[in-house]
Unconditional design. Sequence first.
Length: 185
Amino acid sequence: MTETNSKRYSGAAMVLHWLIAAGVIANWLIRETAEKAETEEAGRAIMANHFSIGITLWVLAVALLVVHFTGGKAPLASHLATWERWLARIVHTLFFVLLLVMPLGGWMAMSQYGAPISVFGIFSLPPLPVEVNPEQAKATFEQHGAAGALLLILVAVHILGTLKHMVIDKDGNLFRMLPFGEPKA
């Protein structure tokens, strides 16, 4: 993959980044909505969308990793302080770990209930070959929820970092992930 502007991510990386961002936010809102559903049945119907988006996010994260490893990732801006470089690497690494592990954890929990996962009604993922154990499924979902909370914290850190670069540093760093504007570094 050739890069037209080494300061900017590839078009594929940009599209995948924003799709993943929208999916993470949507999945969080869906989860919150399901918790407030009037009945358990209504909550489960809402959560079906959460599961479908989770599987989709896994696929998008794998695709983004492929894009990054084939040249679609821009290098870190040259002017970043050492602590900013480290923080950026840690946050991005944790994003990928969580985006890859969380959907698998959700699948594992559903499998521990003995339930398949319908993906938008198009196809179903069968339960993994694990023992049906509702108590363990609950524990797995608790871990999944804790990972989700960490993901939301990372999203906040990521957004705060972007705001710092745009408002304080005024380095146009956001434009590295947009097809318009000019990144200055």
